[in-house]
Design a protein. Structure first.
Length: 367
């Protein structure tokens, strides 16, 4: 398995003026008021994924263009710098805005700890990555680029907020679309069918987790539907004590969102890094507690980065798991909490209560 991210440095990106060597653990819970910059850190990971997927400028256009990415705009910031370090490898580059509000990729380089050297890869006017080119060509003279490429390619940034009647997770997906769970769970039926047929133990763990939150839930039906040359499947299911086939539209928003979260966190082949923004949305407090347990379990096997606004969710974690995001002089700051700073307080209050009381900075009352 490729390695998790150990440190990141960002300069000139959205609300982030500069962060240097921010350490990431296997479990990272981001807290802070609305608008302080939690989502901007998650956007950093999305930028890297878009780069690896060879659609960087397309993605930047979708989110408003390069000008919207620059800290305080073009007059203040002329370029964005990104750097990430794994155990023994590293990767960095600059994004420079173009006249058409896209970006060029400059000073792209990868790091090798064995010789303590950054290898310059070059510049790309169209925003395509030379490191990705080398990895996809399986270049024998630069196999280390393949390691970095594989690590970032494995990231999954899940966003299960759209649970409306038209959401893809409530509809059919072709059964061949089952190699990984898509970011919006559009292929949840096909993915669960694949797990059920190939990984019975993991499938049963998913079912058990769902039953903790939805007591009347029995199992998925996952019956394949044939339509001409196509075979597809949806998230049909059954209740305990009944053989009536229930459909995805029978699931509440919170129920189907939890099903997607449980599947993501209990899947047999976990991504190297899982990023989720506010997974607690729409969940019952009891479901939030179960979700936190699943995240803790998953963090024993992979890296988890979660942004939250939930006091109940926060209460399930340790002080050292928490990264507090704030604004200082108009710029986002990131600080990992240290347990020794809160030992006295935690004798009387929970972590969530300390956040509400603003003893841990960035309380919800500051919104």
């Amino acid at each position: 398995m490729a390695k998790a991210v150990k440190k990141i440095s960002i300069k000139g990106f959205k609300s982030i003026k500069e962060i240097v060597n921010l350490e990431l653990n296997n479990l990272n819970i981001l807290i802070g008021s609305n608008g302080v910059g939690k989502s901007n850190l998650i956007c950093f990971f999305k930028i890297l994924r878009a780069l690896i997927d060879d659609n960087l400028n397309s993605y930047i256009n979708q989110i408003g263009g390069a000008s919207d990415l620059l800290f305080n705009g073009r007059k203040f910031t002329t370029e964005i710098e990104f750097e990430l370090l794994f155990d023994i490898y590293g990767y960095k580059f600059k994004l420079v805005p173009t006249a058409k509000d896209g970006v060029s990729l400059e000073q792209e380089a990868r790091y090798d700890k064995s010789n303590n050297l950054w290898l310059e890869l070059g510049d790309s006017a169209n925003g395509s990555s030379l490191m990705v080119d080398k990895a996809q060509q399986q270049s024998q003279d630069d196999y280390k680029s393949q390691k970095i490429y594989d690590a970032i390619k494995s990231w999954q940034i899940y966003h299960f907020h759209d649970t409306s009647a038209t959401a893809a997770m409530r509809h059919y997906a072709i059964i061949q679309d089952n190699q990984y769970l898509r970011t919006d769970a559009a292929n949840i039926g096909a993915f669960l069918l694949h797990i059920k047929s190939q990984y019975q133990d993991e499938y049963q763990k998913i079912i058990n987790a769902i039953r903790l939150v939805i007591p009347f839930f029995d199992d998925f039906i996952l019956k394949i539907r044939k339509s001409g040359m196509k075979e597809d499947v949806n998230l049909s299911w059954k209740q305990k004590g009944s053989d009536f086939p229930m459909q995805p539209y029978h699931l509440s928003d919170g129920s189907i969102r939890f099903i997607c979260l449980a599947t993501a966190l209990l899947q047999p082949n976990l991504p190297t890094t899982i990023i989720i923004d506010e997974p607690e949305l729409g969940l019952h407090p009891g479901a939030i507690i179960v979700l936190a347990e699943l995240i803790q379990q998953a963090s024993q096997k992979t890296q988890i980065i979660v942004a939250t606004q939930s006091v109940t969710f926060l209460d399930q974690f340790s002080v050292n798991d928490i990264l507090v995001v704030n604004r200082q002089d108009g710029a986002s700051t990131f600080e990992r909490l240290q347990e020794q700073d809160y030992k006295h307080w935690l004798k009387e209050y929970s972590l969530g209560e300390l956040w509400q009381k603003n003893i841990i900075a960035g309380a919800l009352s500051n919104d």
